[in-house]
Design a protein around this ligand. Structure first.
Ligand code: ZN
Length: 298
């Protein structure tokens, strides 16, 4: 009798261990049941960004920026390509930086899992620009994406406003109206990302991608570069798959493509899936912004 109990206990133990390790082997990816893949805040901190935690945002002197008379000047430029905005990576190498915005808000808080699953399956590095509103709506997905090495996480603003020191408007969206609001738009989301992941944003892209040249200087002083694009990848996720493909195929060495990861009902994913194999055939490889700028030869 004892022997039977012992054998049964061994079997139960064996079964438990097998199940446990099988569970651990499963790669993390987003499917229908993403509660299973919930990544905790602690996990992201411990696995990826630990060293960044040592840097402190307290180094930024906000009062000095707000009182700087240089930033009280009237700007003379307004648009997507004003002085100081980075549009591509200076290089002769056939590299492309795909960048995907997650805008948030009433119409912009979706998650394109077809697109993200494709990038993961094909191991395509990319830079994801997150707005605070998208993070708030999709916290589990944000933490999951932050935990993956292939994605660089960057700053797409707090309220998704065009970055203006005097309240100019772009695409019907009123921009920030003064230096304080510019700082707020950039720093609140910087702090949110820092708090959740430990990662300090290096790059900023405003909602609508519009700026004046004074606002760009302020972002630089806050320790970030403003990165737009030279390839309009999906025009705010309004392009057809064919248009996305054609646009991406215009890439040059060092191109930065602007696309969206928050509009699953649109055709961005399909277009990216059509373009990637053709770009690879042409000899292009994909890089994060960090890797691209590290490899830049000019
Ligand atoms: Zn956006």
């Amino acid at each position: 009798m004892r022997r039977i109990i012992l054998i049964m206990m061994v079997l139960v133990l064996f079964f438990t261990i097998t199940v446990f390790f099988k569970e651990k082997e499963q790669p993390m990816k987003f499917g229908e049941d993403h509660s299973k893949y919930n990544v905790s805040h602690d996990l992201v901190l411990s696995t990826r960004f630990n060293s960044d935690l040592l840097q402190s945002i307290a180094n930024i002197d906000l009062a000095q920026i707000k009182n700087n008379t240089d930033y009280k000047k009237q700007p003379i430029e307004w648009g997507e390509n004003v002085t100081g905005v980075i549009r591509n990576i200076p290089t002769d190498e056939q590299i492309i930086a795909l960048t995907f915005d997650a805008c948030g808000g009433e119409w912009g808080s979706g998650y394109d899992d077809e697109l993200i699953n494709y990038l993961i399956a094909e191991n395509i590095p990319a830079t994801l620009f997150f707005n605070s509103r998208w993070i708030d709506t999709n916290l589990d997905k944000f933490l999951y994406l932050s935990s993956l090495e292939q994605f660089q996480i960057e700053n797409h603003g707090t309220e998704h406003r065009p970055l203006s020191v005097n309240g100019l408007t772009a695409w019907g969206i009123k921009g920030t109206s003064n230096v304080e609001e510019v700082v707020e738009e950039v720093i609140s989301n910087y702090e949110k990302i820092k708090m959740l992941t430990g990662h300090s944003s290096k790059y900023f892209r405003s909602g609508t991608a519009f700026y004046d040249e004074v606002a760009v200087k302020i972002v630089n002083e806050l320790g970030m570069n403003v990165v737009n694009y030279d390839i309009l990848g999906d025009a705010g996720a309004t392009f057809s798959a064919q248009q996305v493909k054609d646009s991406l195929l215009n890439s040059k060495p060092g191109s930065i493509a602007l696309l969206h990861m928050n509009q699953p009902k649109k055709e961005t994913a399909e277009g990216v899936k059509m373009a990637v194999p053709l770009l690879r055939e042409k000899g292009f490889t994909f890089v994060t912004l960090d890797e691209g700028f590290n490899r830049s030869n000019r």
